[in-house]
Ligand binder design. Structure first.
Ligand code: PSV
Ligand code: MN
Length: 426
């Protein structure tokens, strides 16, 4: 299913007047406070987040999976779904593929389809956390860290194959996330596992094209529950530094132990020019992969404050590969992604409202109360009219969720694809 401008225009007509009133009132207020509203709106319009190819179907847990019907059953259909998201939100202009779940059968056709929908190919993800059909070696006891040279060689070759696939599509980054680790004390030698991982990553890095980057993701537990080889940003940074200038740390919001100060982590990584990628989701307990902003929106705002600061003050840090990495089994996956995209834009817009000069002055005065007032003043602003305007300027929907529902997108997808399709992924 594709959504055309006319569809969007029709749904916008009904709420355009209300939007214009809200936007004008907010824009006047912000202008009086000294903000450059059109600059904020254009920053929001430019901000694009990659959709992971595995989040377009219902997610599951180890206790079960409940299909949402009309799921995409091949890569073409996944790209079409992202096209729907992008038409409505105008902020989902990229896809992140997971290999081997999404190996294209016809590269030219996939590229053409994506280009027609204004979708770029962002970082490609390797998968050495599952055994592949007919693979000679098993990853049961690790991949890049494995004590067996043959297993490591297979995992290295897989990553090189993924680079090759991404290269044919126009991707510029490889994301490596390892499930490697141990479930019980004594199972692994920490030093051997770490050194093997470093050596394997260096072999992969040697195969990286000059204009590519390697993003090293960390995670403290799951599916290994005693130790993971790349458990935190420190381990990731050491491995990235051990590879070279094109290797960076990737932060996934769900990959931290409870109450970790994630904003401080992203801040320091940017100072060191080493934050390469970012995965959005939200969580109450662990790597819950819930809708962005559904549990801790203030924490997300504080993280965005640091990201904005870094984007404005750290030219040594590259542009980031932004991606949503969420999945669950109770919502329509497309509605869930629309909500995530909205939450990301909202946190970004609020962070753009922080008066950085005033904050700096208050910090120099050690005026702790003022610092908090500045942050919370920005956070408490209802910025949704700015988001609406940013979408409208690019031809998107004022209210993507309402448009999605009034166009009965899911109903159309079920008509086209049936009820029994299953999207590849976890
Ligand atoms: C692992 O939990 C992760 O965050 C990595 O990014 C994976 O590649 C992705 O989720 C999908 O399973
Ligand atoms: Mn992730």
């Amino acid at each position: 299913m594709t959504i055309n401008n006319e569809h969007i225009h029709d749904t916008n007509k009904k709420i355009h007047e209300e939007h214009a009133e809200n936007f004008n009132a907010l824009a006047n207020r912000l202008t009086k406070q000294g903000h450059d509203v059109s600059n904020i709106v254009s920053k929001l319009s430019e901000f694009q987040v990659a959709i992971p190819s595995w989040a377009l179907g219902a997610g599951g847990t180890r206790f079960g999976r409940f299909s949402f019907y009309g799921e995409p059953s091949n890569l073409e259909q996944k790209i079409e779904d992202i096209g729907v998201l992008h038409s409505l939100t105008q902020t989902a202009g990229a896809v992140s593929l997971h290999i081997p779940w999404d190996i294209p059968s016809d590269y030219a056709a996939i590229k053409e389809k994506a280009a027609a929908l204004d979708i770029k190919f962002d970082a490609v993800n390797s998968n050495t956390f599952q055994d592949q059909k007919d693979a000679a070696e098993t990853y049961k006891y690790g991949s890049l860290s494995n004590t067996s040279k043959a297993v490591r060689a297979q995992a290295i070759q897989h990553n090189l194959d993924v680079i090759n696939i991404g290269n044919k599509l126009g991707s510029k980054a490889l994301t490596v996330w390892l499930a490697d680790g141990s479930c019980f004390p004594g199972q692994n030698n920490f030093q051997t596992a770490f050194q093997n991982t470093q050596d394997s990553l260096i072999d992969i890095y040697k195969g990286l094209p000059d204009d590519w980057s390697m993003l090293v993701e960390y995670k403290p537990y799951e599916p290994n529950f005693y130790s993971t080889v790349i458990q935190d940003w420190g381990a990731s940074l050491m491995l990235a530094n051990g590879c070279g200038d094109k290797a960076y740390t990737l932060v996934d919001l769900g990959h931290h132990l409870p109450n970790s100060n994630i904003e401080q982590i992203v801040s320091i990584l940017q100072l060191k020019g080493k934050l390469g990628g970012f995965h959005f989701n939200d969580s109450k307990y662990g790597d819950d992969d819930l809708t962005v902003g559904s549990i801790k929106p203030y924490a997300l705002f504080l993280i965005f404050n640091e990201l904005v600061y870094g984007m404005q003050n750290n030219p040594q840090n590259p542009d980031l590969a932004w991606m949503i990495d969420a999945s669950h089994n109770v919502k329509d996956p497309l509605e869930d992604l629309i909500q995530s995209l909205e939450a990301i834009q909202e946190a970004y817009a609020k962070a753009l409202l922080i008066d950085q000069n005033a904050l700096k002055a208050a910090q120099l005065d050690n005026d702790v109360v003022k610092c908090q007032e500045i942050l919370q003043g920005a956070y408490r602003t209802d910025v949704r009219p700015l988001l609406e305007k940013a979408r409208l300027n690019r031809g998107g929907a004022i209210s993507p969720i309402d448009a999605y529902r009034s166009l009965d997108v899911r109903g159309q997808l079920i008509k086209e694809r049936g009820k029994n399709t299953i999207a590849t992924g976890l």
